[in-house]
Design a protein around this ligand. Structure first.
Ligand code: ADP
Length: 276
């Protein structure tokens, strides 16, 4: 630093120092604001089901509800609120873990097809129980589909997307819910940064209005308040994909359904090496 004092006049150097400090401060301020916004938003999201629970408990304890049918109805609504709070706290914990820098990804050479298979196995049972038709098309020509990944985090990406597809598919009016998962290799699609593996999870649910699509991966963002969701699943997905140097594309037609496409780069982009 002393060296630069020789080449600049003192005022110049000082104004540079002041500028550097200002940038630093403004980053700190926006980071602090982001944190307090996050806490405010999280508290608000938790307060809504808590207030509702409080209301039901007061009614049950206070005026009392004689009708056992009505009591059961109240308890069922309360159970839904508790389930939502559990989803919220689980989502918040995962999100803060994912966002924390010290949370390291343990990457290893991972067969994408194997991890996808595990997520599909778990979800296909659930879809079966929920009467949702499920289809899987593996159209990759390559035996092995290796990427550098943390298998647990990879699983979480597919799990969240499949769970969303399953939750939203039956909401398409008058239709039988259907979820399709396509797995393929993309050579030169301009949609992606290069050659890589693509997992596309599609449903015939209600679809999403165009204006919402760019904001869906923001924390707490929900296109529709009525679905009882937390707005955290896709922000977790987006984070995890980015940390794997992957890419996410969302395509949707209102009234017809949605597709969530995830792209991952191949190892060394050399297929022969990958299949060794
Ligand atoms: P959640 O579903 O819990 O609200 P997400 O972050 O997973 O949170 O999704 C954010 C929003 O994106 C949802 O509230 C919903 O409006 C929309 N969305 C996500 N997946 C789908 C889907 N498969 N079909 C229609 N809308 C979806």
């Amino acid at each position: 630093f002393k060296l630069s004092l020789n080449s600049f006049d003192e005022h110049h150097v000082l104004s540079n120092v002041v500028l550097v400090t200002l940038i630093d401060q403004s980053q700190l301020v926006s980071l602090n604001k982001m944190r307090s916004d996050f806490v405010a938003h999280a508290s608000h999201e938790l307060r809504t089901p808590l207030t509702s629970l409080d209301g039901f408990i007061q009614t049950l304890l206070g005026v009392g509800v004689e009708d056992p049918q009505l009591q059961k109805k109240f308890l069922e609504i309360m159970q839904l609120q508790v389930a939502r709070m559990i989803r919220l706290t689980n989502g918040l914990l995962t999100l803060s873990r994912v966002e924390r820098d010290e949370y390291q990804l343990i990457t290893q050479k991972t067969n994408l097809r194997t991890v996808l298979g595990q997520a599909l196995e778990e979800m296909s049972i659930k879809m079966d129980l929920a009467n949702i038709t499920f289809e899987y098309n593996d159209i990759t020509e390559h035996q092995d589909a290796f990427i550098y990944a943390d298998p647990d985090q990879l699983f979480q990406i597919f799990h969240n997307l499949l769970e969303n597809a399953m939750r939203y598919a039956p909401l398409g009016k008058g239709k039988v819910g259907k979820v399709i998962c396509d797995f393929y290799f993309s050579d030169n699609d301009v949609k992606w940064p290069g050659a890589g593996w693509v997992v596309a999870i599609s449903d015939n649910g209600p679809g999403i209005d165009k204006q919402h699509i760019p904001r869906l991966t923001e924390r707490f963002y929900r296109a529709d308040d009525k679905n009882g969701g937390t707005g955290l699943g896709l922000s977790i997905v987006k984070h995890l994909i980015t940390r794997h140097r992957g890419s996410l594309a969302i395509e949707s037609t209102k009234g017809q359904g949605s597709s969530f496409l995830v792209w991952f780069p191949t190892i060394d982009t050399s297929l022969s090496e990958v299949s060794l």
